[in-house]
Structure formats: structure tokens, C-alpha cells
Design a protein around this ligand. Structure first.
Ligand code: NAI
Ligand code: MG
Length: 357
């Protein structure tokens, strides 16, 4: 029996709805695959916790999470708490404290989901974006001086370190090698940014030598948006800086049909700490409590979690069930359907229990 301790942090808005859906689907999987077992423990951290205690999570929160094999996270953000408090109070301390330096975002057009691209076949868009998740433009380095005066300045300094760039390149090349096409595109902006981005390119070329079986190319980030839109089939694995990948992965999510299906994993590849899996979307106040949140992103990120735990069979079974349900037209309104989160979840559970998935 392989038993996994999973910390769930549903947090705010539709987070609790989609994480509850994901947990029941994982429970169905453990019934089907009898030598796998999940032990869930739910933490009530988030904006309501903040309103009661003045902090998003307790001071020993990270210490508590260390004992788990993985973290399954909903979304943070509340209308009456500033976003920088919710984000920097819960999600970012976990990503940074556990050095989850690889943010991995798979994108595919699932059956039954329509891409806004006119001439694209579902098979034409099958990407994984690897986002550098610990430094770059979001390192937090910078400051403000002479506030409110005419000579006020604000700086936002992008930090690129040899260690940080090398490890994300190695991760991306390794991932590209594990996929059938063995194809990696390194996104850059070294024409205009001639220090950190030039080092980024140089390190990419150095690391590439360790992976002679991976074909790789380089794209300027602006041209990359055009290639993603007009030639999606020319891409497979993509690596980009924190800022560039943040933007490109929203584009990827849109091209694949909806934010409601897009998953992400915040990975510590060295496995010193638990990695964290979450839907890309936020807490979606506009649909909270209406029962129509799309649970597919939270199912897909659960599949990423299973892959990370080494449970490839369970992961593939889950994704086959999701694909079958989407393909059968059992979809929430954001992807053109009329089903509720409950109907989609029950259909996925039925598919998991049916012998031919
Ligand atoms: P959002 O992702 O919450 O919502 C954007 C739009 O997409 C809304 O119309 C929403 O209804 C729709 N949507 C999102 N997820 C959906 C799903 N699963 N099914 C169906 N429709 C879905 O982004 P927004 O509105 O910009 O932010 C709301 C709050 O969430 C803010 O406080 C923001 O800071 C926070 N946020 C948190 C994130 C996180 O926890 N990782 C990521 C993005 C935003
Ligand atoms: Mg973003």
C-alpha cells in the first residue's frame, strides 16, 4: 500500500468548491487503484482566517506543511482584503519557503472544449510551460524614494542568478526529454535586455550540451505570442522567466479554451519540501456559491500531483476520465455547457469507476 499525506488548503471564493470536488475524485481513484491511499488534512487558512486572526496562516504554518507529501491548494483573494496581503500572506510564502522554483503549466485543448483559434485541431496544441518561480522580475528587489515629490523614483530590479537559471534550464530540458517530441523553446528578450537575459541565453546554451537528444530553439517573448497564436503545433515544452511565463501562460490558457481548466504545479524538483498543486484561476467572487465553478483545473492539477508522487497510472486514469466527460458535453457554463460542478464531478467519478477508462 502506498499512502500519501495530502494537505488541502481550499482558502477563498470557489477554492473550497473545486478542492472538495477534487478530493472526492481522488477518493474515487483510490477505490479503483486499490494499492494507493490518500490521507487528507484540511487547513482553514485564507481570508476568513485572516479576518479572525490578523494573519493568513499561523506562524508555524510552513513547519506544519513540511510533514506532508504534497499540498493541494484552492485560491486566495477576497473582495474585502487587499490582494497583496492574501497573496504574500499565504501562497507566496509557501512557494518561496519551500523553494518551489519550477512552476509547471500543461496546456492542451481537451475534447469538447473549443479553442478561440479558428484553424486549430486539438492535437495541434500540446504544451508545457515551465515558469521560473523564484527570482527574475518578481524577486521583490527594488524600492521607492522621494515619495510624492516630483523627483520620486520606483525601481523593480530583475534578479537572475547562475544557480537559479541553471536549475530551471536543467528542469526544462529534462522535462522536454521526457516528452515524445523532445523539443524545447527558450523564451528570452536578450535583444533589449542585455545583462540578465544574455546570461539566461548563455546558460541555456551551456545546459543544452548536457541534453544532446533535445532539440531546442530560442524565441524573443514578443515574437513568441505570435508563434503561439499562429503556429501552435511548432511548440512543445517552453521555458521562460517569471514575468514572461506569467503572461504567456495566461495566453496559453485562453487559447486552450478557459481559465477554468488550466492547472499548475509549484514544484521543488529536489523534493526537499512538499510541492503545491493548484488551479491557475483565482477565487472568482462572481460565481462563488452558485455551484457552477469548473472543477476541471482542480482535477488536472490533481493529476499533476499524482504524477509528481510517482502515480502515473492514477494520473492517466484521471485525465482519461476528465477527457471523456468533457467530450460527452458534461461541461460548466464557462466552457459552453450547462452542467453544475456537482454534475461534472459525479460524471468524472462514474468514468473512473467504469472499467474501460
Ligand atoms: P479569477 O480567476 O478569480 O476570475 C476571472 C474570471 O474567470 C471570472 O469571471 C471567473 O468567474 C472566471 N473563472 C475563474 N475560475 C473559474 C472556474 N473554475 N470556473 C468558471 N469560471 C471561472 O480572477 P480575478 O477575478 O482577477 O481575481 C479574483 C480574486 O482571485 C482576486 O482577489 C485575485 O487576487 C485572486 N487570484 C488568486 C489567484 C491564486 O490564488 N492563485 C490567481 C488569480 C487571482
Ligand atoms: Mg498570472
Amino acid at each position: 500500500m502506498r499512502e500519501y499525506a495530502i494537505a488541502t488548503i481550499p482558502a477563498d471564493g470557489i477554492g473550497p468548491e473545486v478542492i472538495a470536488a477534487g478530493t472526492t475524485v481522488l477518493e474515487a481513484l483510490q477505490e479503483r487503484i486499490s494499492d494507493v491511499k490518500f490521507k487528507f488534512r484540511t487547513f482553514d487558512w485564507g481570508s476568513d482566517y485572516y479576518k479572525k486572526h490578523g494573519v493568513m496562516m499561523p506562524a508555524d504554518g510552513l513547519e506544519t506543511l513540511k510533514a506532508f507529501d504534497a499540498i493541494y491548494f484552492g485560491a486566495v483573494g477576497a473582495p474585502d482584503v487587499p490582494d497583496h496581503i492574501t497573496l504574500w500572506g499565504l501562497r507566496l510564502p509557501i512557494c518561496q519557503g519551500f523553494d518551489q522554483y519550477a512552476n509547471v503549466r500543461p496546456t492542451r485543448i481537451l475534447p469538447g472544449i473549443t479553442s478561440p483559434l479558428r484553424h486549430v485541431d486539438p492535437g495541434d496544441l500540446d504544451w508545457v510551460i515551465v515558469r521560473e518561480n523564484s527570482e527574475g522580475e518578481y524577486s521583490g528587489n527594488g524600492g521607492r524614494a522621494h515619495r510624492g515629490l516630483p523627483e520620486e523614483v520606483g525601481t523593480e530590479v530583475a534578479i537572475f542568478t547562475r544557480v537559479g537559471v541553471t536549475r530551471i534550464m536543467r528542469y526544462a530540458f529534462r522535462l522536454a526529454r521526457s516528452r515524445p517530441r523532445k523539443l524545447l523553446t527558450v523564451v528570452t528578450k536578450s535583444n533589449a535586455q542585455r545583462h540578465g537575459m544574455v546570461m539566461w541565453d548563455e546558460i541555456a546554451a551551456e545546459v543544452a550540451k548536457e541534453f544532446p537528444d533535445v532539440t531546442w530553439d530560442k524565441m524573443l517573448v514578443d515574437a513568441m505570442t505570435v508563434r503561439m497564436t499562429l503556429k501552435p503545433q511548432s511548440l512543445d515544452t517552453i521555458v521562460a522567466t517569471n514575468l514572461h511565463a506569467d503572461i504567456l501562460s495566461d495566453l496559453a490558457g485562453a487559447l486552450a479554451g478557459s481559465l477554468g481548466v488550466a492547472p499548475t504545479g509549484n514544484i521543488d524538483p529536489e523534493r526537499r519540501f512538499p510541492s503545491m498543486f493548484e488551479p491557475i484561476h483565482g477565487s472568482a467572487f462572481d460565481i462563488t456559491g452558485k455551484g457552477i465553478a469548473n472543477p476541471v483545473a482542480s482535477f488536472w492539477t490533481a493529476a499533476q500531483m499524482l504524477d509528481h508522487l510517482g502515480e502515473a497510472e492514477a494520473s492517466e486514469c484521471l485525465m482519461r476520465a476528465v477527457a471523456r466527460v468533457c467530450g460527452a458535453g458534461i461541461r460548466t457554463p464557462d466552457v459552453g455547457g450547462t452542467a453544475t460542478i456537482r454534475e461534472v464531478t459525479e460524471a468524472v467519478i462514474d468514468a473512473i469507476h467504469s472499467a474501460n477508462v
